[in-house]
Design a protein around this ligand. Structure first.
Ligand SMILES: Cc1cc2nc3c(=O)[nH]c(=O)nc-3n(C[C@H](O)[C@H](O)[C@H](O)COP(=O)(O)OP(=O)(O)OC[C@H]3O[C@@H](n4cnc5c(N)ncnc54)[C@H](O)[C@@H]3O)c2cc1C
Length: 684
């Protein structure tokens, strides 16, 4: 545990920067910041409040130099203990940094400080006819900084993507106090996306450029009542696989409905066990109407007992109040609520539901079941009383079993609430030792002293580390892929350097540094594995990207990206098309020393660990060799999307100091595509 006198030693310096009244160590303040919306509790030593964004970097530099742990905090509504100061230290209260600096409708961007409350931004955008898509149920209080910290989602994320997809650029203060500005479009590995969902463990967001969208001309909201949740889930799978992309597709069970609607739940038939809230939007009224009719037809075919389109704004508001107010309503039923946050591939929702109910019944627990159903994201809200120790134990066991069931069904342990303190142990069930070590190297590259929100996300010693072969053992490697893994292991053992080449579209022989032995990936061109029900497909890295799209289209599946030259792996690694990251769900990668990693998966939402999948976009083969990738698809070709022209070849880019420190951790021998980081050689 860190010692209080460390604060005293730097207090005068801190006060000079932020003012004496903003460095607080009094009991009331310490108590107030020793809890958040999760279950964990721990006391900070001090709380520093900022009044100006420019104060953040110098304060962080002082704390880092003094060896004092720190963590950024906003509304504290995260549900995973992300703002609990496990090692004491300082809470950085960013709440007063809440200026909306610019709304630029021409560029479709809003520039905001981290403390802006999500709903305040929506209100500010309304007069311009624009909206910001991520809409967590907590949006009346949760902030943009916290939403970025957790990669928050919400009902609209089904159509418009989660927070990560809606961020264009970030200004970050690194744990050592450097100020950086990164966009996902920058050449080189995607550091901006890595920051999103990193829970304040890799850096602090001080400004965010967010993507804003024009409000669609037509929005239709409907409710569909079912006498079984299973039928509701079957309807969900069918709606999506038929190519309808609702703006939102949410599900609530009877317990949640009754508690949030109170006396008004009689608007649904008596035997209602589940309700879907379905919202469709678009600028073409005829198209919206047609999709609504098709949705109604699908619901009826799955035993929907009442399908009702909201007649006016008041009725629409009532439905959304029911959905977004369900958690607070459930919280009124008992002193405490644990909100689980598992994700499964969408077609596995009925099984996940069945297993969740069995687990709840085994532990004699009551829960309201809420779903971002279109995303396969389930939130059992388990009500309990923390004063009853036996009940708390049962709640924890049930929560863990629900997560294990999601993993077994091909899913993940968090879709939007993050890992924080509370799911660190579950990271061991999801990942193998290799992936966890990879995440640890990322953390060490940014925060060598381990001071930025310490002991979050990654399992600590007492959580027992993962065994080799968690996710990695599930990777179905082809013989060609296995040969590449074996070859890289051999070369790593001998300290030999490798030039990774896809189809040679961008990497020309003259770029290859002398002494690097080529490793061609053309042989990685096995059959595309498409999962029509889940709308995903896995392709090996050597397959020409155009051929991949051709094979998909032959099956009536679509990847909404331009036709670009190069292999699947090459297009990802060279960031030919930066928007590709929006469709990339998972990667299978070999590290420079020949370890297999399986990152991400088949779910459209996943915030378990760092977003290493996106880090590989633009990595130019220098952090690891991509063997295969899994993409999210559409069941219909895109109607009106315009993509920017693909980028020109960028065989070399100017690595940022953070790219360099990642390279030092991930490939200390500079074995892969060594010319990209030749500066490292010169400095040795
Ligand atoms: C009733 C209720 C409903 C909810 N519904 C949803 C939902 O629908 N969808 C959803 O995704 N979540 C939901 N949540 C969870 C929570 O609201 C989100 O995680 C939200 O994004 C947290 O925002 P915050 O401002 O409270 O951040 P905090 O809880 O203060 O912080 C969250 C994390 O971000 C880090 N952080 C804070 N500021 C910064 C910064 N400037 N830079 C980098 N990191 C930072 C923190 O250290 C912490 O790890 C819900 C919570 C509640 C209580």
């Amino acid at each position: 545990m860190f010692k209080r006198d460390k604060i005293s030693a730097v207090r005068a310096e801190l006060e000079a920067l932020v003012g004496g009244e903003n460095v607080r160590t009094d009991e009331a303040e310490i108590l107030m910041y020793s809890y958040d919306a999760g279950m964990a509790r721990a006391r900070p030593e001090a709380v520093i409040a900022f009044t100006d964004v420019a104060q953040v970097a110098p304060v962080v530099r002082i704390l880092y130099k003094a060896g004092i742990p720190f963590l950024p905090r906003l509304a504290g509504t995260n549900l995973s203990g992300g703002t609990i100061p496990l090692k004491g230290g300082v809470i950085l209260n960013m709440c007063r940094l809440k200026k909306i600096r610019q709304i630029d409708t021409a560029a479709r961007l809003a520039l905001v400080e981290p403390g802006v409350v999500n709903m305040e931004l929506q209100r500010a955008l309304e007069p311009f006819g624009y909206f910001y898509a991520p809409d967590p149920a907590s949006q009346k209080v949760s902030t943009i900084g916290g939403n970025i910290g957790e990669n928050a989602g919400g009902p609209l994320c089904l159509k418009y993507g989660v927070t990560s997809d809606n961020v264009d650029k970030l200004e970050i203060v690194t744990p050592e106090g450097e100020v950086k500005t990164w966009s996902y479009r920058d050449p080189g590995p995607d550091l901006m996306s890595l920051m999103v969902g990193s829970e304040g463990t890799l850096g602090i967001v001080t400004h965010a450029w967010l993507k804003i969208l024009p409000r669609p001309a037509h929005i239709k909201t409907a409710s569909a009542a079912f006498d079984s949740l299973d039928n509701a889930m079957l309807a969900v799978t069918r709606i999506i696989s038929d190519g309808i992309v609702p703006r939102a597709l949410e599900a609530m069970d009877k317990v949640s409905l009754d508690s949030s609607l109170g006396g008004k739940s009689d608007r649904f038939p008596k035997n209602t066990e589940a309700v879907l809230i379905i919202e469709l939007d678009g600028d073409d009224a005829v198209q919206v109407k047609r999709e609504l009719e098709l949705t109604e037809h699908i619901c009826s075919a799955n035993a929907c007992s009442a399908f009702r389109v909201a007649a006016d704004e008041a009725e629409r508001d009532l439905l959304w109040q029911a959905r977004k107010g369900a958690y607070p309503a459930l919280a009124r039923l008992a002193p405490d609520v644990l909100v689980e946050d598992g994700v499964v591939p969408r077609p596995r929702l009925p099984e996940a539901l069945r297993e969740t109910r069995e687990i709840l019944s085994k532990y004699k627990l009551t829960a309201g079941l809420l779903f971002h159903a279109g995303d396969g994201n389930l939130h059992p809200n388990i009500i309990f009383d923390r004063r009853d120790i036996q009940e708390v134990k049962r709640v924890k066991k049930a929560g863990y079993e629900i997560l294990k069931s999601c993993i077994k069904l091909g899913g993940t342990i968090s879709g939007e609430h993050g890992v924080g303190v509370e799911k660190r142990v579950a990271m061991n069930w999801l990942y193998g030792r290799e992936e966890l070590e990879f995440f640890q190297k990322i953390k060490d590259a940014f925060d060598p002293a381990g001071l930025a929100n310490p002991d979050k996300i990654l399992p600590v010693a007492s959580d027992q580390r993962g065994e080799s072969g968690g996710l990695a053992s599930r990777a179905s490697l082809s013989p060609a892929a296995r040969a590449i893994v074996d070859e890289l292991r051999l070369r790593a053992g001998r300290g030999e350097r490798t030039a990774v080449t896809g189809l040679g579209t961008r990497l020309k022989p003259e770029h290859i540094m002398e002494g690097a032995k080529p490793l061609g990936l053309r042989s990685l061109n096995g059959a595309v594995q498409a999962d029509r029900a889940n709308l995903t497909a896995r392709a090996e890295a050597g397959l020409p990207f155009k051929e991949f799209r051709r094979q998909l289209e032959a099956e009536g599946l679509y990847l909404d990206l331009p036709d670009v030259d190069g292999s699947v792996g090459g297009v990802i690694a060279s960031k030919t098309c930066p928007e590709l990251r929006d469709y990339l769900l998972g990667l299978e990668v070999v590290t420079p020393d020949g370890e297999m990693l399986e990152l991400g998966g088949k779910t459209v939402k996943n915030v378990a660990g760092y977003d290493a999948v996106k880090l590989f976009c633009g990595s130019m083969g220098a952090y690891g060799v991509i063997l295969a990738a899994t993409f999210a698809l559409s069941a219909k070709p895109a109607r009106d999307r315009r993509h920017p022209a693909p980028a020109e070849a960028a065989n070399l880019f100017e690595p940022d100091s953070c790219h360099l420190s990642l390279k030092r951790r991930l490939d200390p021998g500079n074995l892969l595509n060594p010319w990209i980081y030749r500066h490292l050689e010169e400095k040795r």
